[in-house]
Design a protein around this ligand. Sequence first.
Ligand SMILES: [Zn+2]
Ligand SMILES: [Zn+2]
Length: 287
Amino acid sequence: MAAIWPTIGKLWVPFATSLNDKIGGVGSYTLLTTAVFWANYIPTYCFFRYLDHTGTFKQYKLHPGKMEPQSLNDKVVEGMRKGWWRGPPRTALMYFIFFHGRMNMTSFPKFTDMCLNILMGQVLNDCLFYFWHRASHHPNLYKTVHKQHHEYKVANVGATSWNAAIESFIILCTANLCVSALNFDLFTWLAWVSVVNYLDHHVHCGYSFPWNPWNLLIDPEIHDYHHFQNAGSYGTFPLLDWIFGTDRNFRGYKQRRLEAAMKGLDDGEKENRLDVTSDTVEATGFV
Ligand SMILES: [Zn+2]
Ligand SMILES: [Zn+2]
């Protein structure tokens, strides 16, 4: 990294300076944010779709026998195909609200500074996301704002970014507010977009790979539980759920699974006998 990082910087600074001169701050921010988002999103989405269709790694799938309806997957693809044009104007709006005249568009950060900023951005963003997500499960907000995301009754890659337009806007605003408060430069912002994108796929992919180091940070079963039981576990990271006790249902579920495993029940038995009762469960309010 010691040798590669300065080389990346030598490429980045003239590129970003030239782009900024040609299309300005809003143009650079919108173009690069859009490009980085889709460059991360599409391969990851296709990878997990491929796993679902071929059954590759099905031993690590959280609900191997539980496939979402094809009509829902079609709707997601159709949403991407027809709705992609909404992203750039929304991104440009975010620039004017949060970054115009404030974001350094051409500087190149130290590697350690970038990592620290991304970490702080994640912590701050998860605080806001936790309270927003928990509030969105209030029946008044759930039906109009959050229900679309829960069309997926178990975690699946299709649920990544599958939100109502108003919810996407709110999540974007809270994320950009955190980044703005921490004064990210453009390069750090683009790295952050990649990390957030990956984490979103990690919690929604519907697989738990035992060799994935990200599991140490976030157990993908937590958000899967949120989808199939709709009872607590609101944060991306588990800390705030632990502080506010909204992980109690998930912890009880894990405990019962552990006990079932010790009695020698197989996976299917465990699911059927324990908690999978909620294909049609709706918002439960502030659980
Ligand atoms: Zn939810
Ligand atoms: Zn989700």
